[in-house]
Write a new protein. Sequence first.
Length: 186
Amino acid sequence: MRCIPTILTAGALAAALAAPAQAQGNIESKVQTCNACHGQNGVPLDPKTMPVIWGQQVYYMVKSLHDYKTGARDNPIMSAIAKGLQIEDLRPMAVYFAAKQWPAKQGSAAAGEPPKGIAQCQACHQKNFEGGPPGPRLAGLSYEYLVAAMRSFANDQRTNNEDMPKMMKALSEQERDAMARYIAGL
């Protein structure tokens, strides 16, 4: 089973990944909008509905911003913000946040025993769910955020990845719940 995210248009991806270094010069001012919800210290305003972006994978953040900008992924707030971004700012913004320290875990229970079937997720999200090409970091995101993301893939509400809907549909709601609880506890 492959875990390669949906392919971006070659031109848009190349533009985002090859953004000029000088675009980073004013990145601090541009990321203030992100910090309003995702947190000045890396802890989102509402971790139940907003992901941590500090320390997240660059590729994943570029892809997410691009998908929000183009409508391949939809969220009323993020889509509106991303549509206002210049394509050449996506990579510098992602690099800015990826360089930040992932915030310390906030009083969640220990992960416990890995649930059945979770090994398939590690192919993309890595052994400790700390992310890497091609998957984002999941360890440390809230249970509520994780289970909602899994459900949105399973229900075809989120379709900006070819593999995740298939994988999430193959799992029961109880299996997705157990996985979200486990990963949130890491």
